[in-house]
Design a protein around this ligand. Sequence first.
Ligand code: SF4
Length: 256
Amino acid sequence: MDPTPKKRIFIGLLVLTCLILSLLTFLLWYVPLVGLKTIHSSLPFFYSLILAVFVLLMFSGGLLLIFTILRGKDILFSQKLRGILAKILFPFMILMGKMVGVSKERVQQSFIELNNHLVRLNHHHAGPGRLLLLLPHCIQDFDCQIKITGNVKNCKGCGKCEIKELIELADRYQAKIAVATGGTLARRIIVENRPEAIVAVACELDLTSGIQDAYPIPVIGILNERPYGPCINTKADIQKVKSALLDLLGPRSLPE
Ligand code: SF4
């Protein structure tokens, strides 16, 4: 399977990360070797063994991730890979991106796409009422006076923004729906609702931190569209939201 450009960015940065970490590991191995020998003759052997295991694990994890992306199939441990990706690799990727001139935004987009890919491969399915559709506040029409952050169902359904359609979609697929004004509220909503899976719409920054914070709960992230600039009257691709909801609900009986 030919990976998309966003996934290719991630694979490139991943290979670079592995190479640089190997170089650092080599320096970490070579420099203190003589000193360790003077402490005890067997210390260099055990020290080398520990570092060799680290390098082996790093390359195995990297290769497994690349094969999973290229083959488009869950080969092994995609749930664990998702965790390693979110918690360990992603910060390195941002750093590597900076070094080779790939913008933070593109690395974030690449991370979101890869995360979605792994969630879908892992066939995570949420039970009825255990799927959460989490939306950013900026999707509400800027001039709408109704407060929907506490209860999105306060929306009068005038159709001036996509909140109306998204509520209908959530009702149709028995998903909970909530609007968050930021990361803190989003985390509180997740704690209170204890969802088994989440479809989140947001910008690159909020999605990447949300995916990292929510792990191990599977999150499919959908980037919002910003025709009027960031944080005002943003849009969500309804078809993408619908397809993400269907993917996380799995094969149980669903209306089309
Ligand atoms: S659809 Fe709902 S949230 Fe959007 S403008 Fe109308 S009443 Fe307000």
